[in-house]
Design a protein. Structure first.
Length: 316
């Protein structure tokens, strides 16, 4: 494993571990040059490391690598694994086990190897750990949208870290701190729940907001007046929803379920019934989503007895 140096007065305020190791300048390999891999590679370069190579199997990934990691050569994964001191495996979850098996025959046994999957822990890297590699599950809790700001976003997020031992945790923590992120330990057994919670809070939020925009566009269709102020008419639903959604998210993160408002939280069954009928004219699938979320909001607010009868499908 590459050498690490200790700063005598460094203290990890997050975990209470004194003198966390600070990585020396490392030669970094990225497999592959997707949104996450290139963002993380660029962040490591900003921290002083050198991305020497990246795999880029598609034209789009080659273009991305050229823009974000311009000094890195494009090479095959096995060749990259032979030389990298820090190897980043940023591939889809389904591809990771086979990739690990393929790399085992060529890996630099002193390398630090981390993968960026949220759902998988460090166990999937066991074949490389048995060869002597320091292995880490290193998941940025962030959505990457394929633009230059992805690298900057890494400095605002938490990194879910799972390692087989304290050395791995210390190394993962040091790498996270170097790029400006906050390291958070996640037990191996908790990785599925950890990932499910993030998916529920982020991916399902996107689905919910998109449904709301569709319904709002239908409600505003044919409207006249000031619908072009501040942007094209096609953006009106998004502009109307944006401040409300941002305020709701901020309130939820500060106050939890106490931030709930609206008819389900108030126990207003008549309003919920009208909502279901109106949304059903736009898309019954959105109606079903609204029904499910209203049931959950009522449960969180203690109003289920008043709301649940209105949510039965035969009342639609």
């Amino acid at each position: 494993m590459p050498e690490f140096s200790d700063s005598p007065d460094a203290v990890d305020q997050l975990s209470g571990i004194p003198n966390p190791p600070t990585p020396a300048r490392l030669s970094v390999g990225v497999i592959s040059a997707g949104r996450v891999g290139t963002a993380l590679g660029a962040a490591l370069e900003r921290a002083g490391h050198i991305v020497t190579a990246a795999s880029a199997p598609s034209e789009r990934s080659r273009t991305r690598a050229a823009h974000r990691l311009p000094e890195a050569r494009v090479d095959a994964p096995a060749v990259i694994a032979e030389k990298a001191e820090l190897l980043i495996l940023a591939v889809p979850d389904t591809e990771l086990p086979a990739l690990v098996e393929d790399l085992a025959a060529r890996i630099n046994p002193s390398a630090i190897v981390l993968h960026t999957s949220g759902a998988l822990g460090v166990g999937v890297l066991a074949p490389l750990a048995r060869l002597g590699c320091t292995t880490i599950a290193f998941h940025p809790a962030m959505t990457f949208v394929d633009d230059p700001d992805d690298t900057a976003r890494l400095a605002t997020c938490c990194i879910g870290i799972t390692a087989a031992d304290e050395i791995g945790h210390a190394v993962g923590q040091a790498i996270a701190l170097e790029i400006g992120a906050e390291p958070v330990r996640v037990p191996e057994s908790a990785r599925p729940l950890y990932h499910a919670a993030l998916a529920h809070g982020a991916n399902h939020l996107v689905a919910l907001v998109d449904d709301a925009v569709v319904a709002l566009r239908a409600a505003l269709a044919g409207g006249v007046g000031l619908d072009t102020v501040g942007g094209p008419p096609g953006d009106l639903a998004e502009r109307m929803l944006a401040p409300l959604a941002r305020a709701a998210l901020d309130n939820a993160l500060r106050s939890g379920a106490a931030a709930l408002t609206g008819p389900a939280a108030r126990g207003d069954a008549a309003a919920v019934t009208r909502h279901l009928a109106a949304i059903d004219t736009v898309d019954p699938a959105i109606t079903d989503a609204y029904r499910a979320q209203s049931r959950r909001a009522a449960a969180q607010s203690g109003t289920s007895a008043m709301i649940d009868p209105a949510l039965e499908k035969d009342n639609r």
